[in-house]
Design a protein around this ligand. Structure first.
Ligand SMILES: Nc1ncnc2c1ncn2[C@@H]1O[C@H](COP(=O)(O)OP(=O)(O)OP(=O)(O)O)[C@@H](O)[C@H]1O
Ligand SMILES: [Mg+2]
Length: 161
């Protein structure tokens, strides 16, 4: 499956999507999260991390720009980097901080506000678009690489999460 779209009426639906995504994570996978302030990007990332076995607190990397985690995928520890680039400064600052080195290095990279680093980071394997609709959230997943397509193919989502 390369494309999937649904309406998640409440937080439980978003938790279930996070859990489903956690089951198909693979080393090197980059997921870009698109959506306005409060759309649910951090909430979805937190759901993924907790479903992947991380038991600590998942805070928004608003000021640090990135928070590192380790999750276990197929019995192996894999670094999981959670970026929030909303407050990113210049391209130079991003490069000097070594942020580019996290991409394409076998780590899972989940990026809020990826538009801020356009041209500096590789295209996503999976793009997630979140929109506030009525009381819930519209969600759309799009895979653009072979790795992304293979992950979405493994995703078994019920029609109404
Ligand atoms: N399916 C849903 N239905 C209703 N509310 C939801 C749903 N999913 C998440 N939420 C709520 O939406 C809010 C999303 O906040 P969150 O911090 O994740 O937004 P964000 O996209 O990361 O924003 P920012 O760009 O400021 O980082 C949370 O309070 C969460 O409870
Ligand atoms: Mg956020």
């Amino acid at each position: 499956m390369q494309h999937w779209k649904d309406f998640l009426k409440d937080e439980a639906g978003m938790q279930a999507l996070g859990a489903a995504l956690a089951r198909v994570l693979a080393p090197g996978l980059a997921i870009h999260l698109h959506g306005d302030l409060g759309a649910g990007k951090t909430f979805l990332t937190r759901a993924m991390l907790h479903a992947a076995g991380y038991q600590g607190r998942v805070k928004s990397p608003t000021y640090t720009l990135v928070e590192p985690y380790v999750v276990t995928l197929d019995g192996r520890p894999v670094e999981f980097m959670h970026f929030d680039l909303y407050r990113m400064g210049s391209a130079d600052e991003f490069i000097e901080a070594g942020f580019r080195d996290h991409f394409g290095a076998g780590k899972v990279c989940v990026v809020e506000w990826p538009e801020q680093a356009a041209g500096l980071i590789p295209p996503a394997d999976i793009d997630v678009f979140l929109t506030a609709e009525r009381q819930g959230r519209g969600v759309e997943l799009r895979a653009s690489t072979a790795l992304g397509v293979s992950c979405l193919e493994k995703l078994h989502l019920s029609p109404n999460l």
